[in-house]
Design a protein around this ligand. Structure first.
Ligand code: XIL
Length: 466
């Protein structure tokens, strides 16, 4: 090595130490203000963090304490499936699902509906049907359930697991598939007509990396987009274990779907394992979502290891006692260091077929508040209703709490709000932060939202911070 090279390497080393020292200071500063729960941290990045919930566990206080503290999205684990909601034909039963929805609304959490049409967990009576009778029964189910929950669901898994595993890229053989290849788009159209405010997702497993199955789903989404079949999102279940590890192209796969113009969501995350190895896998998945601007959130498939459908693999973020695992720390740390989502419509991107002229989401100008925050609102309007997403950005001193006031036009009544409490459902409404999103660091933001009937027009929010 010649002298010049040696000298320049020494200079690099000094610079690197300098960077290291700066890095330490920066990371300490970040840690001091970092969000301390999964939901709060995800919300700072414009995302949600959810969990599957079982209605019968809501009375378990350890379970409920973690649920209320950590999560801002819930998916009923079994309670919205066909066998649970339509146990005999055209007779609907919503008791358990309603318990979960009510708890979510009480806590300002949103709900992912799971799942309207699926080959599994069907009620027995469906076995006696085929052809047109089965197609019509499926469409009736989609319409009835989506109508019943209209205004209360952030996103529906409209169709679950419709593609075969392996290298064929074919549809999965099922009673629903045998009603005709167009059953999937028919289900999506029925869901859009029933609840135009819900995002409509296709959800599957073994589609987490690029392979024959995910290629087939990709081609379907591309086809739906080109023909105007309503689809807003693709869910990646992400059930991993040593036989089915996190694929190395996980992020690239999320990104290629996002590039088709749909949101992507991690919908049923669990990763078997323990300790550092498991923590690293959870970190990789979390980071992948944060790196994809249209990855709108992550849902884990249960709270404690003992709540898991595969409990023996200890695949979740809390142990059986409800204690945080290394995997929890890794996820929270990744969330706290992640990039915000680029501002994108957080609501259905394709207009309702019943209202092809609905305007696309629009963003109003930032409106300086009377305190140290600003609020902007983006609206997704359809015939008869809208979803508003409000972004609260802290000024130079940050916030400990905030409120946003806006006046709804007459005829607009809020049915559902998330990530904020509201003073009223119509007219002049004040939204205040919930426990986990009052604190916003200088220049950072959080988002809350609401769904309303009527026409939004131009909403002018005023933000006040303390
Ligand atoms: C599982 C539930 O966790 C179990 O309680 C139930 O016995 C079977 O279904 N893919 C899905 C989920 O879409 O609905 C499944 O949930 C897990 C695999």
């Amino acid at each position: 090595m010649d002298r010049n090279r040696r000298r320049s390497r020494a200079a690099i080393t000094v610079a690197a130490v300098g960077a290291l020292v700066t890095g330490v200071v920066v990371s300490l500063a970040t840690t001091a203000n970092a969000a301390t729960t999964l939901g709060a941290s995800a919300a700072e990045k414009g995302r949600y963090f959810g969990t599957a919930v079982a209605a019968y566990k809501l009375s378990d206080s350890t379970y409920s304490t973690i649920l209320n503290r950590e999560f801002n999205m819930v998916t009923p684990e079994n309670e919205m499936k066909w066998d649970a909601t339509e146990p005999s034909q055209n007779s609907f039963s919503y008791g358990s699902a309603d318990q979960i929805v009510a708890r979510a609304q009480q806590q300002g959490m949103r709900v992912r509906g799971h799942a309207l049409a699926w080959h599994s967990q069907q009620p027995g009576w469906v076995n006696n049907l085929s052809g047109t009778a089965l197609r019509n029964a499926m469409l009736n189910h989609v319409t009835q359930v989506a109508t019943y929950y209209k205004g209360k669901i952030y996103a529906w898994d409209v169709v679950n697991e419709a593609f075969a595993d392996g290298s064929t890229g074919a549809r999965r053989d099922s009673n629903l598939q045998r009603t005709g290849n167009d059953w999937i788009e028919a289900a999506f159209r029925a869901a859009r007509a029933a609840d135009p405010g819900a995002k409509l997702c296709y959800n599957d497993y073994n589609t987490d990396g690029q392979n024959a199955k995910s290629n087939a789903v990709y081609a379907m989404v591309q086809d739906f987009k080109s023909r105007g079949v309503p689809i807003d999102c693709v869910g990646f279940q992400s059930h991993f274990n040593p036989q089915s590890p996190v694929p190395s192209d996980y992020q690239a796969n999320l990104q290629r779907f996002a590039n088709l113009g749909v949101d992507v969501q991690i919908t049923e995350l669990d990763i078997e394992g323990s300790g550092t190895a498991q923590a690293n896998n959870f970190r990789t998945v979390t980071q992948a979502c944060l790196n994809v601007s249209r990855c709108t959130g992550i849902t884990v498939w249960g709270i404690r290891d003992s709540d898991s459908w595969r409990a023996s693999g200890t695949p979740l973020l809390f142990d059986g006692n409800g204690t945080k695992k290394a995997a929890y720390d890794a996820v929270l740390q990744a969330l706290n260091g992640g990039n915000p989502t680029s501002p994108s419509p957080s609501n259905p991107s394709s207009p309702s077929p019943s209202n092809p002229s609905s305007p696309s989401p629009s963003q109003s100008n930032p409106n300086p508040g009377t305190g140290g925050c600003t609020a902007t609102v983006s609206i997704n309007q359809w015939q008869g209703g809208f979803v508003a997403t409000v972004r609260v950005t802290a000024g130079s001193s940050g916030t400990n709490s905030w409120s946003v006031r806006l006046t709804l036009p007459s005829g607009a009544t809020i049915s559902n709000a998330w990530n904020a409490d509201r003073s009223a459902s119509s007219g002049a409404v004040t939204f205040t932060n919930v426990s986990y999103n009052g604190k916003i660091n200088a220049g950072q933001f959080t988002e809350f939202g609401f769904q309303s009937s009527g026409t939004a027009g131009t909403l002018t929010p005023t933000c006040t911070a303390a």
